[in-house]
Write a protein that binds this ligand. Structure first.
Ligand code: HEC
Length: 168
Protein backbone atom coordinates (compact mmCIF):
# COMPACT_ATOMS: atom_id res chain seq x y z
CA UNK A 1 0.00 0.00 0.00
CA UNK A 2 1.25 3.46 -0.83
CA UNK A 3 0.98 6.43 1.52
CA UNK A 4 0.08 9.47 -0.52
CA UNK A 5 0.04 11.80 2.46
CA UNK A 6 2.44 12.74 5.22
CA UNK A 7 4.56 10.37 7.39
CA UNK A 8 2.14 11.19 10.25
CA UNK A 9 -0.69 9.60 8.25
CA UNK A 10 1.46 6.50 7.89
CA UNK A 11 1.92 6.38 11.65
CA UNK A 12 -1.80 6.81 12.35
CA UNK A 13 -2.61 4.04 9.87
CA UNK A 14 -0.09 1.76 11.59
CA UNK A 15 -1.58 2.24 15.07
CA UNK A 16 -5.09 1.95 13.68
CA UNK A 17 -4.24 -1.46 12.22
CA UNK A 18 -2.51 -2.50 15.45
CA UNK A 19 -5.49 -1.77 17.64
CA UNK A 20 -7.79 -3.61 15.23
CA UNK A 21 -5.64 -6.72 15.59
CA UNK A 22 -5.63 -6.34 19.39
CA UNK A 23 -9.40 -5.91 19.46
CA UNK A 24 -9.84 -9.07 17.40
CA UNK A 25 -7.56 -10.97 19.78
CA UNK A 26 -9.48 -9.79 22.83
CA UNK A 27 -12.81 -10.72 21.22
CA UNK A 28 -11.48 -14.16 20.28
CA UNK A 29 -10.13 -14.74 23.79
CA UNK A 30 -13.40 -13.67 25.42
CA UNK A 31 -15.42 -15.88 23.06
CA UNK A 32 -13.29 -18.91 23.86
CA UNK A 33 -13.59 -18.23 27.59
CA UNK A 34 -17.37 -17.92 27.31
CA UNK A 35 -17.74 -21.09 25.22
CA UNK A 36 -15.34 -22.95 27.49
CA UNK A 37 -17.40 -22.12 30.54
CA UNK A 38 -20.43 -23.88 29.01
CA UNK A 39 -19.18 -27.38 29.78
CA UNK A 40 -15.53 -27.82 30.41
CA UNK A 41 -14.30 -26.09 33.51
CA UNK A 42 -11.83 -28.28 35.36
CA UNK A 43 -13.02 -29.18 38.83
CA UNK A 44 -11.20 -28.59 42.09
CA UNK A 45 -13.04 -31.57 43.59
CA UNK A 46 -13.32 -34.33 40.96
CA UNK A 47 -14.39 -37.10 43.39
CA UNK A 48 -17.12 -34.93 44.87
CA UNK A 49 -18.29 -33.97 41.37
CA UNK A 50 -18.48 -37.61 40.27
CA UNK A 51 -20.52 -38.61 43.30
CA UNK A 52 -22.77 -35.56 42.97
CA UNK A 53 -23.42 -36.47 39.32
CA UNK A 54 -24.22 -40.07 40.26
CA UNK A 55 -26.67 -38.76 42.86
CA UNK A 56 -28.37 -36.63 40.20
CA UNK A 57 -28.49 -39.54 37.74
CA UNK A 58 -29.84 -41.88 40.43
CA UNK A 59 -32.66 -39.36 40.96
CA UNK A 60 -33.31 -39.38 37.20
CA UNK A 61 -33.52 -43.18 37.29
CA UNK A 62 -35.85 -43.05 40.32
CA UNK A 63 -38.32 -40.73 38.60
CA UNK A 64 -38.26 -42.93 35.48
CA UNK A 65 -39.06 -46.01 37.60
CA UNK A 66 -41.93 -44.13 39.26
CA UNK A 67 -43.24 -43.00 35.86
CA UNK A 68 -43.11 -46.47 34.38
CA UNK A 69 -44.98 -47.88 37.41
CA UNK A 70 -47.68 -45.23 37.00
CA UNK A 71 -48.01 -46.06 33.29
CA UNK A 72 -47.94 -49.84 33.62
CA UNK A 73 -49.76 -50.41 36.88
CA UNK A 74 -52.14 -47.48 36.76
CA UNK A 75 -51.27 -46.45 40.32
CA UNK A 76 -50.53 -42.90 41.57
CA UNK A 77 -51.78 -41.38 38.33
CA UNK A 78 -52.14 -37.98 39.95
CA UNK A 79 -48.35 -37.94 40.54
CA UNK A 80 -47.40 -38.33 36.87
CA UNK A 81 -47.02 -34.59 36.32
CA UNK A 82 -44.95 -34.27 39.50
CA UNK A 83 -42.42 -36.87 38.28
CA UNK A 84 -42.43 -35.40 34.76
CA UNK A 85 -41.62 -31.92 36.10
CA UNK A 86 -38.89 -33.27 38.39
CA UNK A 87 -37.31 -35.07 35.44
CA UNK A 88 -37.44 -31.94 33.29
CA UNK A 89 -35.70 -29.99 36.06
CA UNK A 90 -33.03 -32.69 36.45
CA UNK A 91 -32.48 -32.82 32.68
CA UNK A 92 -31.51 -29.15 32.73
CA UNK A 93 -28.80 -30.00 35.27
CA UNK A 94 -27.28 -32.57 32.93
CA UNK A 95 -25.27 -29.92 31.09
CA UNK A 96 -23.35 -28.82 34.18
CA UNK A 97 -22.53 -32.07 36.00
CA UNK A 98 -19.57 -33.08 33.87
CA UNK A 99 -16.64 -30.84 34.80
CA UNK A 100 -13.42 -31.91 33.14
CA UNK A 101 -11.42 -34.48 35.11
CA UNK A 102 -14.47 -35.85 36.96
CA UNK A 103 -14.42 -39.36 35.47
CA UNK A 104 -12.70 -40.66 38.58
CA UNK A 105 -13.40 -43.37 41.14
CA UNK A 106 -16.22 -45.68 40.10
CA UNK A 107 -17.54 -43.27 37.48
CA UNK A 108 -19.03 -44.79 34.34
CA UNK A 109 -18.65 -41.51 32.46
CA UNK A 110 -16.68 -42.21 29.27
CA UNK A 111 -13.83 -39.95 28.03
CA UNK A 112 -15.95 -39.30 24.89
CA UNK A 113 -17.92 -36.77 27.00
CA UNK A 114 -14.90 -34.47 27.05
CA UNK A 115 -13.41 -35.55 23.72
CA UNK A 116 -16.61 -34.84 21.75
CA UNK A 117 -18.20 -31.90 23.58
CA UNK A 118 -20.49 -30.98 20.66
CA UNK A 119 -21.95 -34.47 20.34
CA UNK A 120 -22.34 -34.65 24.11
CA UNK A 121 -24.11 -31.31 24.26
CA UNK A 122 -26.53 -32.58 21.60
CA UNK A 123 -27.26 -35.59 23.81
CA UNK A 124 -27.97 -33.43 26.87
CA UNK A 125 -30.13 -31.09 24.74
CA UNK A 126 -32.10 -34.05 23.37
CA UNK A 127 -32.75 -35.11 26.98
CA UNK A 128 -33.91 -31.60 27.93
CA UNK A 129 -36.25 -31.38 24.91
CA UNK A 130 -37.64 -34.90 25.42
CA UNK A 131 -38.29 -34.31 29.13
CA UNK A 132 -40.08 -31.04 28.37
CA UNK A 133 -42.20 -32.74 25.71
CA UNK A 134 -43.05 -35.46 28.24
CA UNK A 135 -44.05 -32.90 30.90
CA UNK A 136 -46.34 -31.22 28.35
CA UNK A 137 -47.91 -34.53 27.38
CA UNK A 138 -48.42 -35.41 31.06
CA UNK A 139 -50.19 -32.09 31.47
CA UNK A 140 -52.50 -32.79 28.54
CA UNK A 141 -53.66 -36.07 30.06
CA UNK A 142 -53.84 -37.61 26.55
CA UNK A 143 -52.68 -41.21 27.10
CA UNK A 144 -51.52 -41.68 23.51
CA UNK A 145 -49.40 -38.53 23.65
CA UNK A 146 -48.00 -39.55 27.05
CA UNK A 147 -46.96 -42.98 25.72
CA UNK A 148 -45.32 -41.50 22.65
CA UNK A 149 -43.47 -38.83 24.66
CA UNK A 150 -42.28 -41.50 27.09
CA UNK A 151 -40.74 -43.44 24.21
CA UNK A 152 -38.96 -40.26 23.10
CA UNK A 153 -37.70 -39.72 26.63
CA UNK A 154 -36.45 -43.30 26.97
CA UNK A 155 -34.70 -42.91 23.62
CA UNK A 156 -32.83 -39.87 24.93
CA UNK A 157 -31.51 -41.89 27.91
CA UNK A 158 -30.41 -44.74 25.69
CA UNK A 159 -28.92 -42.44 23.07
CA UNK A 160 -26.59 -40.90 25.62
CA UNK A 161 -25.80 -44.09 27.56
CA UNK A 162 -24.85 -45.90 24.32
CA UNK A 163 -22.19 -43.36 23.47
CA UNK A 164 -21.15 -41.79 26.75
CA UNK A 165 -21.65 -44.25 29.60
CA UNK A 166 -19.52 -47.36 30.20
CA UNK A 167 -21.45 -50.64 30.03
CA UNK A 168 -21.29 -52.23 33.44
C1 HEC B 1 -26.46 -36.74 28.21
C2 HEC B 1 -26.17 -38.06 28.67
C3 HEC B 1 -27.14 -38.83 29.50
C4 HEC B 1 -28.51 -38.84 29.43
C5 HEC B 1 -29.41 -38.07 28.48
C6 HEC B 1 -28.95 -39.75 30.46
N1 HEC B 1 -27.88 -40.27 31.12
FE1 HEC B 1 -27.97 -41.56 32.69
N2 HEC B 1 -25.93 -41.47 32.86
C7 HEC B 1 -25.09 -40.83 32.00
C8 HEC B 1 -23.72 -41.05 32.42
C9 HEC B 1 -22.48 -40.50 31.73
C10 HEC B 1 -23.77 -41.85 33.58
C11 HEC B 1 -22.58 -42.32 34.42
C12 HEC B 1 -22.24 -41.27 35.47
C13 HEC B 1 -21.06 -41.66 36.33
O1 HEC B 1 -20.93 -42.86 36.70
O2 HEC B 1 -20.25 -40.77 36.67
C14 HEC B 1 -25.18 -42.10 33.82
C15 HEC B 1 -25.66 -42.85 34.89
C16 HEC B 1 -26.98 -43.17 35.10
C17 HEC B 1 -27.46 -43.96 36.21
C18 HEC B 1 -26.59 -44.56 37.32
C19 HEC B 1 -26.34 -43.52 38.42
C20 HEC B 1 -25.34 -44.02 39.46
O3 HEC B 1 -25.69 -44.11 40.63
O4 HEC B 1 -24.18 -44.27 39.11
C21 HEC B 1 -28.82 -44.08 36.05
C22 HEC B 1 -29.80 -44.82 36.96
C23 HEC B 1 -29.19 -43.35 34.85
N3 HEC B 1 -28.04 -42.80 34.29
C24 HEC B 1 -30.47 -43.25 34.33
C25 HEC B 1 -30.82 -42.44 33.26
C26 HEC B 1 -32.17 -42.29 32.76
C27 HEC B 1 -33.38 -43.06 33.28
C28 HEC B 1 -32.13 -41.35 31.75
C29 HEC B 1 -33.23 -40.78 30.93
C30 HEC B 1 -34.44 -40.38 31.59
C31 HEC B 1 -30.73 -40.96 31.62
N4 HEC B 1 -29.98 -41.62 32.54
C32 HEC B 1 -30.29 -40.02 30.69
C33 HEC B 1 -25.46 -40.06 30.91
C34 HEC B 1 -26.76 -39.76 30.56
Amino acid sequence: MTYPFSPEWKLIHFFGAMSRVTTMKVIRLMTSLLLGSAVLIASANPEGEARYRQGVMTSVGGHMTAISMIMRQGIHRDSLKFHADALAALAKKSQSIYPEGSNVGRSEALPAIWEKPDAFRKATQRFIDASEAFAEAADSGDQGAVGQALRGLGGSCKGCHDDFRAKS
